[in-house]
Design a protein around this ligand. Structure first.
Ligand code: ADP
Ligand code: MG
Length: 248
C-alpha cells in the first residue's frame, strides 16, 4: 500500500481559536490506499487537523482538496457524502440497542440519504450487511449484545463499524486506542491494519510506537506545525522528532 494517487491534500492549513494559533501552514498530501499516521505530543494540533479533515469545522486559512476538489468549509454531511468518514463518537451509538441494530441503523441512514425513492428495495439485505461489517470489526459474536454492555474496546470497534456503514474511501480515526488495555490496543491496531488494506486510512495517534509498525507514512505535528514527514524509518531516525519526543 501507499503508492496510489493523492486522494487528499491540505494547502497552508491554519486554525486559530481566538488569539491562539492551534494549526499553522500545514501543507501535506495523503495517498490513496496508504495508511498515514499523524503523530505529535499532546496539544500539537492533531485533533484540530483531524477535525478540519473530517469537516467538523472549517480552517481559518488554507484549503482542503479531496480527489482534486476543493472541499474547504463544506458542511460535514457533504464530507460524508463524498466518501470521508470518521469514527463515530460513542454519543452516536444507541446504548440500549444491540451492536447489530446500531450498524443497521447506520446503514439505513446512508440508504435513505442516497436512495430515497427506493427505500424498500434497498432495505433488504441491511441485516446481512450489518452482520458482515460486525464480522469485519470482530464483533460478530457480540452482535446481539446491547452496545452499553460491550467492553470499552468493543465499543470503539462498533463505532468504527458504524463509520464503515457509509462505505468510505477515506477513513479517519482520532486516537482509537485511547483508554484501552494493552490487549484491546493490540486488537484495535490489528483491525486498523486490516481496514487499511481496502481503503485509505488516516490515523491520529499520540503514542508514536503504536503506529510505527503499521504505517506507510508518518506526519509529525508540533506546536501546530508540520515538523516532519516520511516513512516510519525516516521518522525514527529524524533528530528533530527524537528531540520533541524525548520528554514523553
Ligand atoms: P492534540 O490533538 O494534538 O492533542 P489539539 O488539536 O486538540 O491537540 O489542540 C491543539 C491546541 O489547540 C491545544 O493547545 C488546545 O488547547 C487548543 N485548542 C483546541 N481546540 C480548541 C478550542 N476549541 N478552543 C481553544 N483552544 C483549542
Ligand atoms: Mg487530540
Amino acid at each position: 500500500a501507499g503508492g496510489g494517487e493523492v486522494i487528499l491534500r491540505t494547502e497552508n492549513l491554519g486554525k486559530r481559536f481566538g488569539g491562539f494559533t492551534a494549526l499553522k501552514g500545514v501543507s501535506a498530501e495523503f495517498r490513496a490506499g496508504a495508511l498515514t499516521a499523524i503523530i505529535g505530543p499532546n496539544g500539537a494540533g492533531k485533533s484540530t487537523y483531524f477535525n478540519i479533515l473530517s469537516g467538523a469545522f472549517p480552517p481559518s486559512e488554507g484549503r482542503v482538496l479531496f480527489e482534486g476538489r476543493d472541499i474547504t468549509g463544506l458542511p460535514q454531511h457533504r464530507f460524508a457524502h463524498m466518501g470521508i468518514a470518521k469514527s463515530f463518537q460513542i454519543t452516536n451509538v444507541f446504548p440500549e440497542l444491540s451492536a447489530l441494530e446500531n450498524v443497521r441503523i447506520a446503514l439505513q441512514a446512508r440508504v435513505s440519504r442516497y436512495d430515497i425513492w427506493r427505500p424498500r428495495a434497498r432495505m433488504t439485505g441491511l441485516v446481512e450487511q450489518a452482520g458482515e461489517i460486525l464480522a469485519t470489526v470482530g464483533l460478530w459474536a457480540r452482535r446481539d449484545r446491547a452496545a452499553s454492555a460491550l467492553a470499552h474496546g468493543e465499543q470503539r470497534a462498533l463505532e468504527i463499524g458504524m463509520a464503515l456503514a457509509a462505505q468510505p474511501r477515506l477513513l479517519l480515526l482520532d486516537e482509537p486506542t485511547a483508554g484501552m488495555s494493552p490487549e484491546e490496543t493490540r486488537a484495535m491496531m490489528e483491525l486498523i491494519l486490516r481496514l487499511a488494506r481496502e481503503r485509505t486510512v488516516i490515523l491520529v495517534e499520540h503514542k508514536m510506537k503504536l503506529v510505527m509498525g503499521i504505517s506507510d507514512r508518518v506526519l509529525v505535528l508540533h506546536h501546530g506545525e508540520l515538523l516532519a514527514e516520511g516513512t516510519p524509518d525516516e521518522i525514527r531516525r529524524d533528530e528533530t522528532v527524537r528531540r520533541v519526543y524525548l520528554g514523553q
